[in-house]
Write a protein that binds this ligand. Sequence first.
Ligand code: SAM
Length: 368
Amino acid sequence: MKTPLSDLPPLKGPLRAEALLAWLRTGEPEALEHLWARADELRRQGVGDEVHLRGLVEISNRCARQCAYCGLRAANRSVSRYAMSDEEILECAHQIREYGWGTAVLQSGEDPAFTSSRVEALVRRIKAETGLAITLSLGERTEEELRAWKRAGADRYLLRFETSDRALFQRIHPPLPGRECDRLGLLKLLRDIGYEVGSGVMVGIPGQGFESLARDLELFAELELDMIGLGPFIPHPDTPLGTSTPPPSADQVPATVDMAFRVLALARVQRPEANLPATTALATLDREQGRILGLQRGANVVMPNVTPLHHRARYSIYPNKASSNETAEQTRLQIDTQLASIGRSVAAGPGHSPAFRRRIREQEGAPS
Ligand code: SAM
């Protein structure tokens, strides 16, 4: 559909689903140029020109879940499993500190070996030894665990709701036997506990229609997310979704880097003061330009991978992941060069989002 720029709704957020739908569907190059420029402008106004680097540590690829999209799913026997020791994780945190970055992101499958008390002790040690901000992305955990980790010093939690289409979500993300799965409820809980909260979606999941994607974008604003992570769905051959081809449909969202950029730019319109990463999935589908274009179309965060190389390739949520063969040092130099080429610089400090800082100020009753 070629809706001309003059017929599209103005990019003043938060937009409602109908307006978002028009922007998701337009094929007009002039309209897209306008969207990129507006997202870049809103990014500058909302979060500034500096880019926050978060050191990503993929602490375990063991997972109890059976997500139909993810290469780490329990039923995938062709992946060799690993879990990092506490000492290895601490070493990574020290490396992040040495690089001058402000945050360690600990991510994993749902691995029962990372018990509540173990993660709590780990968070306390990282805080005490490095002073880094800590982001956890360990899946759906109990309220007691989430509270204990916050008390121990964790700052942020990332949990994508993946898609707002409930029927599709239930198909691709089965609950653990006897348990319920309510990611939107967990996001609200995380916020009440005091975390800086991140969520997001995959773009182009087989069966994902444009209307539900517009609803995803509406939800980013309704949930008042502090961080939004999104990327294209990338089929993994050892998963049910990686082998089934969706029936051809005009409503199927394409799993392309271009559609993911569009969703990223609209996410910036929805949440000008949130932190938005240029994700690895973007860099995976466009090795040369994915990260840079992401930073020019709304993103202000990069999450360089510092997982030790001997584990890295095994965190194969999807194939051919960017940066899976390069050392943290190589990635660091590459990012520094890329940022310099677009006139952006690396931020110092923990890099909480202005959205979160505003919320805390308002809760404390101080004038904003
Ligand atoms: N287990 C935690 C969770 O589910 O939140 C964190 C790890 S999980 C692997 C991190 C994210 O990877 C998911 O939220 C999902 O969006 C993304 N992901 C998984 N499989 C993917 C695929 N095939 N293509 C693109 N992204 C994928």
